[in-house]
Every structure is written in C-alpha cells, then in structure tokens.
Design a protein around this ligand. Sequence first.
Ligand code: TRP
Length: 467
Amino acid sequence: MSSSSAATVGVKESSTEKRGLWSSRLAFVLAATGSAVGLGNIWKFPYITGENGGGAFVIVYLLCIAGIGIPIMMAEVLIGRRGGHSPINSMRLAAQREQLSKGWTIVGAVGVLAAFLILSFYSVIGGWAISYVGTAATGGLVGQSEEAIGAIFSGLLGDPATLLLWHTVFMALVIVVVARGVKAGLERAVTFLMPALFVLLLIVVGYAMTTGSFGRAVSFLFAPDFSSLTTAGVLVALGHAFFTLSLGMAVMMAYGSYLPKNVSIAKTAVTVSIIDTVVALTAGLAIFPIVFANGLEPGAGPGLIFQTLPLAFGNMPMGSLVGTLFFVLLIFAAWTSGISLLEPLVEWLEEQKGLNRTVSAVGAGIACWALGIVSILSLNVWSDVTPLGMFAMFEGKTIFDLLDFLTASILLPLGGLLVAVFAGWFMSRQALESELATSPGAFKLWYNTLRYFTPVAVAAVFVYNLL
Ligand code: TRP
C-alpha cells in the first residue's frame, strides 16, 4: 500500500526534512563507529575474555559478529533509513507499510529502554576513566607497584562521592552534545578522536611487546581451548557482539534514519564492524601481555584495564603523558557511545511528545543520571546486596551486575532477534532489495543468513542457557 505516509500514524511528515542528513557516507561511518567503539571494546572485551578463558571465547565472539552482528546491523540501518523517524516510529511505519500489527513498535520501545538502562551504568564507568586522567596527569602512576595500583582502583570504587562527581561530569558531557543535535555535535567529535585513540592503543601494544609475555598473550587470545568455555560464556559472547556493535536497541536505526539514500548499507555495516573488532582485539593485545608479565589474574573482572594499563603507564618512558592521553581518548570513545545511548530516547521525546531538543536531552539525561546512582552504590555501600541471589543464575550478582546482565545478555539479543525476524520474515523482499541495492548474490547471502541462521543461533543460545 502506498499510504506509507507518516501522517497516518500521527507523525509529522515534514520531520524527515527538518532533521537533516549526514553530510556523507564517511560521516555516517564515523558516527556509527563512534557509537560502536567505546568502553565495550577497551574495558569490557578484555575483561570478559579474561573471565571466560581466552581463545575459544574470542572465536565464538568473532562468529557472533560475522554471522549475527553484521546481518542485524544491516537490518537495523535499513529499517531506520526506510522509516526516517525515531526508532519507535520507524518501526511503526515499517510495520504499517507491510500492513502488519502495530505491536512491532515494541521493538523500538525495548531498544529505547535498554539504551536508557545501559547509559545509567556506562556513565559510571566513563567516570572511572575521567578519574584516571587526573591520577595519570599528576604522575600518580609513576613507578607504582601492582599492589599500589590495585589500591588506587579499590579506593575509587569505595568512594561514592568521587564516583558520583565523575558520573555527573560524564553525563553532563553527553547531555550537552545530544542537546546540540546529532550533526553539529557528533560528526566533529569523532573525526579526529577515533584515529587518535587507536594510535595510543598501538603505543601501549608496543610497550606490551617489551614485557616478554607478548607471545603468551597472543596464544591466550587466539589459541582456543574449548574446555574453558562454558555455555554461559557463549551467552556472554553473543551479548557482547550486540553490545560492542551497538545493536539490538535501535541505535543503528536512529542513525540510519539520517543516512542518505545513495549510500550502501552493506558496505558501511561491514566497515563499521571490522573497525570495531580490530579495536577490541588490539585492546586485548595491549592488556594481556601486561597481565601475564605481572602475574595478574586475567579473570579479575570489570577492574581489569584499570589495574593493568596503569602498570604499563607507570613503567614506560613518558608514561604519565601517554597514560593521560590514553584516558582522555578513552573518555572520548565512551562519550561518543554515550551520546548514541541517549539519542534514541531524546529523538522519541521530541517527535512524540513534542518537547524541544534541549528539554528532552536534559530531562532524559537527568533521569538516567539518577538511575546511575544505584550502580554507584552497588559498588560500595550495597556491594553485598544481591537482589536476585536466591536464583542460582544470579548468585552473587550485585545490582550493577544485574543491569549489565539484563541489558547485554537479555534485552539486546532479544531486540536483535526481533529485528532479524521482522526484516527477514515480515518485510517484503522487494522493499529490502531496493533499500539495500547490492548485487543479487550478496543480497541472497544476507537475506538467508538473516532469515535462518541469525534467529536460530540467537534462540538456541537463549534456550540452552535457560535449561
Ligand atoms: N557499543 C558501545 C561500546 O562498545 C556501547 C553502546 C553504545 C551500545 N550504543 C549502544 C551498546 C547501543 C548497545 C546498544 O562501548
């Protein structure tokens, strides 16, 4: 039906023109990369790899990126561009065009909720990075022993007031950019900062090569030992593929809605995914040699990079400078991701509730900031509180852990699964073909993966973990 008209669903038709588009394919790639590359690559990937035994986990993760992440990213961008509105309304329009139930709107809504929950604790970790800038810049890491570095980290976690201060600063940074609008704020932020972060990461890899444990780290990361991989680990790998590519919660839909029609969705999605994966693996190569050379525990958990990288900065030439720059750039990487986490909700508030952008950004940001306080307290005052501890699955999980689990392991894969089923089974093939505009062979490969492999794989991992 041709009544793809936005007016019929109560969305102002003019809003597409008013919103503006990315100025080029490069701009979209940069913004999407800015969203994808973040704490997930540098903070989370190394610590979950360490917790899950290394190589075998990495292989499963890479398979999830290729077989699940990339096809879903393409589907999300496609739906967003076709819809041209905020994720919730893009889903509604997409469903309406195919004469499907309004119920599909829920996909956008789940995404917006997940983004909000993630940002609440993401901002707290961003705050850790801010705090380390100060420590590194004042020479606080120079020549420190492993114990001293550990004490700096536990001192930070045990201090709710400091955590709150940096969490507040981080959230304020996110709110300011989102309030200014995606194009003005984002494009510029990403262009120089992402490459700079990568160069700094390579410098740390260079140092890591001198520790004598580089070979051991390479085999830890790339030589699979499947006996060390649990089924729970497979769920973590799957969830992380979604987390690191910013999938399953409508962020790529939101960004896709600004993508010009003549840009290839397939090429951009593959480019973004490759950059994201390379950054994560490079972070692994920077961190694990330091872990092994100093006899640290690879499974140390969320504090891993904050206990290992400072050791490197404390012992390498010009370490205070390199360390300061590194944490500054980590903040930028987290910042561009944080922006993408707030954007979907703000876009929706603007469009649906008719609020202006500044009011939406400030309101949503403050609500998210308030929720973040719960995560802060669960690191210290409530560190023994495990609300769902009576279930074996959640034993020992603090509120912080539960938020991470609920979002990364449940909501994101679920959102992704629904996107795959929607695009693969409910949207018309012609619509998909015309939107993607790739070669017939490439289209078939994507279409079949999205229809058969992706949903079955995601569902299988879920069911297996529940049983
Ligand atoms: N991908 C980001 C990271 O790796 C986090 C992130 C940003 C995200 N936007 C997202 C995760 C949307 C899931 C969905 O740090």
